[in-house]
Design a binder for this molecule. Structure first.
Ligand SMILES: *[C@@H]1O[C@H](CO)[C@@H](O)[C@H](O)[C@H]1NC(C)=O
Ligand SMILES: *[C@@H]1O[C@H](CO)[C@@H](O)[C@H](O)[C@H]1NC(C)=O
Length: 348
């Protein structure tokens, strides 16, 4: 190719690029929801957007805050999703239709020693996962053990709001009418019901030895966990995978100490996480190989002392045991687990 030809091509390229930028900027300025393309590798359907409520002069949160507090910890994939620029600014209305099984499992995890007396939960949990392993006992997993596992994800992706905006929106049971008004949601809608349930969960009293916090922004999520576990941490999540039979391929590996913060993504119009630090907890990594050859490193949490849990807890029903022994469970791929790093000396 001659030099002239190359230059012409290059020029054409830049012209096209600037045209593209001009178009997108114009679309942004007049507030048109333009089509966004998900990062190909992530392959996640973008949520339907509703009109934005956000001031246009406040920029979206980025991974900068993460690296300013946690310079040595890679940003977990589960959070990278929520920071995809294509998602901002958007408020998501599909949060209430979230993948039922994921939402139900999440709630099952959260109702640790509280009784999950919602019969619907049990029913949908059973029908969604008739033959899947969620709960297991401490010594159940050894290399060669086979089980069916479904690594769910919530199905909808929402974005973090800038902290400033998130903190200006009320987040408490007595302010639900205001919240509904803010998002233009009907009082009797399914969305309203979900919002009430989720906020209610945040306001329930802590269990013994538990500390919890509902983080309404990326910054508050990071602050909570850094205050509890310091800056020398690993943050893990399980990669989503299809439901199939998996075989434990190597020994289960304990990660960190008997201290962990677990943050579950909530069903909410923007990214809110229910984080808790639970005493007597062990985080394990379980290496699995699927029937189709897929390798998954599943993150699991073991509650080492369940003697104070309700005998009606789903875990005991599934395992057919009484409260007391260590109970472990798999985590869905939207859940973040923070553990102190113990392999390296603390950096000063
Ligand atoms: C629910 O999650 C599973 C596993 O991630 C996925 O295969 C399925 O399509 C989801 N369903 C909906 C309705 O999003
Ligand atoms: C387990 O928890 C119960 C009640 O919270 C407590 O009485 C007991 O001492 C604990 N057991 C161990 C081994 O820590």
């Amino acid at each position: 190719m001659s030099l002239a030809n190359s230059c012409a091509l290059l020029l054409l390229f830049f012209l096209t690029l600037s045209l593209f930028i001009t178009c997108s900027t114009a679309a942004n300025t007049i507030g048109v929801t333009h089509t966004t393309v998900a990062v190909a590798a992530d392959n996640v359907p973008l949520p339907k957007k509703v009109a934005t409520f956000l001031p246009s002069d406040i920029s979206p949160p980025t991974e900068k805050y993460w690296y300013s507090r946690l310079p040595n910890t890679p940003l977990p994939k589960a959070l990278r999703y929520l920071l995809q620029p294509g998602h901002y600014p958007s408020i998501n209305r599909e949060f209430a239709n979230e993948n039922v099984s994921a939402a139900v499992i999440l709630r099952a995890y959260r109702t640790t020693y509280r009784i999950s007396n919602k019969r619907d939960d049990k029913k949908s949990l059973n029908s969604a996962l008739p033959d899947s392993t969620i709960f297991y006992q401490y010594d159940d997993l050894h290399p060669g053990k086979k089980m069916k596992v479904l690594f769910t994800e919530s199905g909808t992706k929402v974005s973090f709001l800038p902290r400033q905006v998130a903190e200006s929106i009320p987040f408490s049971s007595d302010k639900v009418p205001e919240i509904l008004k803010y998002f233009k949601l009907e009082v009797n809608s399914k969305e309203a019901q979900v919002i009430r349930e989720e906020i209610g969960g945040c306001e329930e009293p802590n269990m013994e030895g538990e500390e919890k916090y509902c983080a309404t922004s990326l910054e508050s999520l990071i602050d909570f966990s850094v205050e509890r576990l310091g800056q020398n941490v690993r943050v893990l999540s399980t990669e989503a995978g299809k439901k199939q039979e998996y075989t434990v391929s190597a020994a289960v590996r304990m990660i960190g100490d008997h201290k962990a913060a677990v943050c579950h993504k909530m069903r909410y119009p923007y990214a809110v996480h229910y984080c808790h630090v639970i005493a007597d907890t062990e985080v394990d990594e379980v290496p699995l190989v699927g029937a189709d050859g897929t390798k998954v490193k599943a993150v699991t949490v073991c509650h080492l002392n369940t003697s104070a849990w309700s005998p009606d807890h789903m875990a005991f029903q599934v395992l057919k045991i009484k409260p007391g022994p260590a109970v472990c469970h798999f985590l869905d791929s939207d859940t973040l687990v923070w553990v102190p790093k113990k392999d390296k000396k603390m950096t000063p």
